[in-house]
Design a protein around this ligand. Structure first.
Ligand code: EPU
Length: 427
């Protein structure tokens, strides 16, 4: 059974190491297609999205080996540039393979990508930005064919600082002739990780500050080894877990310097937060307070990927609070499941209103997407009785093993297969 159970209402205590970042690993894996040689990635998270990306790279002819957290990609010879529809529907970031394939082979076939259901996720800006570099598009039966007889550098001012569009444009620009100047780029830490990887492999990619990236294309790329930094969203999820359940935890390797907006919110909610050279200490032993309104936005604002885990914690806080979601237009799907646990959240436009002060009751709930699934697990930590979160394959897209990690923090949690069958039926 694809479910996690949690016996709630007990405080957390312990230490856990934060895994490598999903949203850094996926674009770097896509970028390996630009390198006619061997790339070694260390600390690559053992999640299903990485498995899917490795499968896609193999389909392109790359030789991919995965041993635990080490992934080796030999893209010396590619045999194809077609992303299959079954891969595209599984993962949104498959779209950024287009930039890498165009940079390497001048051609890419792909489909409108899938990914988590968190609102409309068009790819118009991706196509527009690639078009600025000389790419032409045609299509048949849902498949998009992108082709560039000459891929050439250009000035591209993004209409919105989209993470994926910035990555796609940088990848194509690395393989293009001449200079590309990208402005109004996303500034999320994962953009920096991609640029560092590309520089280490020989590309001339300069982050000029102020959302500007300059790429001198056409440099020969070579073999390299790259370390994937810790995942700020996983760290933020466990921070939300401590807020909700109470207790103390040390999150080893947590990149607290990338989490300033979330730490500010946690302090407002009554947590003591101490940043250390090798991680983040968080303690919530007193009352849990309302943070007021949290507003998501592009980095360094409060991250949209953390709004659901924080929403779960806010259900218990003293006083009313709200979240305004400004990145995706359908990211409150988890509210319905939290309401089944007694949260009473009301959605109005781009806002979620949380009355607070609720004692959640454990019941059977179902994850509808990755961060919503993580949020239900956080809710289970502080609910009365047993919560069972179904559809946990969504959680495994981005969390190596949320059960293992929360057990290390002292939670009473397990995979449903570990529960004696008659106990499981009592839920
Ligand atoms: N958008 C368009 N047209 C486009 C591209 C984007 O309208 O062509 C819109 C989107 O619909 C959205 C906004 O622009 O409303 C921002 O989207 P963005 O392109 O920045 O997001 P993304 O690249 O698709 C990445 C992360 C997401 C994270 C967002 C925002 C990866 C693989 N995904 O998505 O991560 O929420 O940036 O930070 O890096 C997650 O990890 O759970 C997750 C969804």
């Amino acid at each position: 059974m694809d479910a996690i159970w949690i016996e709630g209402n007990r405080t957390l205590s312990g230490e856990v190491t934060v895994q490598g970042s999903k949203n850094a690993a996926l674009p770097v894996l896509a970028a390996t297609l630009l390198v006619p040689g061997v790339t070694r990635l260390l600390n690559c998270p053992e999640i299903s999205d990485v498995s899917c990306m490795c499968e896609i790279l193999r389909h392109m002819g790359a030789r991919v080996e995965r041993r635990g957290k080490e992934v080796t990609v030999d893209a010396s010879e590619l045999t194809g540039c077609r992303i299959l529809p079954e891969h595209a529907v599984r993962m949104r970031s498959s779209v950024i393979l287009a930039g890498a394939l165009l940079g390497r082979c001048r051609e890419a076939f792909f489909f409108q990508p899938g990914g988590c259901v968190i609102g409309d996720r068009p790819i118009d800006m991706h196509l527009w930005a690639l078009g600025r570099l000389g790419v032409f598009f045609s299509g048949r039966e849902g498949e998009i064919r992108a082709q560039a007889l000459r891929l050439r550098g250009a000035f591209v001012r993004l209409p919105f600082p989209s993470v994926g569009v910035t990555q796609n444009a940088v990848l194509a620009a690395v393989g293009a002739e001449g200079t590309t100047r990208l402005t109004n780029c996303a500034r999320e830490p994962e953009i920096g990780a991609l640029c560092r990887f590309l520089r280490g492999a020989g590309a001339d990619v300069r982050e000029e500050g102020g959302g500007e990236i300059r790429v001198e294309g056409g440099r020969p790329l070579h073999a390299s080894t790259f370390w994937i930094d810790a995942d700020r969203i996983v760290a933020g999820t466990y921070l939300a877990g401590v807020l909700a359940a109470g207790g103390k935890a040390f999150l080893r390797q947590a990149p607290w310097y990338e989490l300033k907006a979330a730490l500010k919110a946690a302090r407002r909610m009554g947590a003591v937060v101490r940043t250390e050279s090798h991680g983040l200490y968080v303690e919530r032993t007193g009352r849990l307070l309302s943070p007021g309104e949290l507003v998501t936005g592009v980095y360094p604002a409060f991250p949209t990927d953390l709004q659901s885990p924080f929403l779960a914690a806010m259900c218990l806080a003293e006083g009313k609070s709200s979240i305004r979601e400004r990145i995706f237009n359908g990211r409150f799907g988890v509210a319905g499941q939290l309401n089944r646990m007694g949260a009473d959240i009301r959605i109005g436009g781009d806002r979620a209103f949380v009355p607070g002060g609720r004692r959640l009751s454990g019941c059977r709930v179902a994850a509808g997407e990755l961060r919503g699934g993580a949020a239900l697990t956080v809710a289970g930590l502080c609910a009365q009785g047993r919560t069972v979160v179904e559809n946990c394959h969504f959680i495994r897209r981005g969390y190596e093993d949320i059960v293992r990690d929360l057990k290390e923090l002292g939670a009473d949690i397990g995979n449903e297969t570990e529960v004696p069958p008659d106990e499981g039926r009592q839920v």
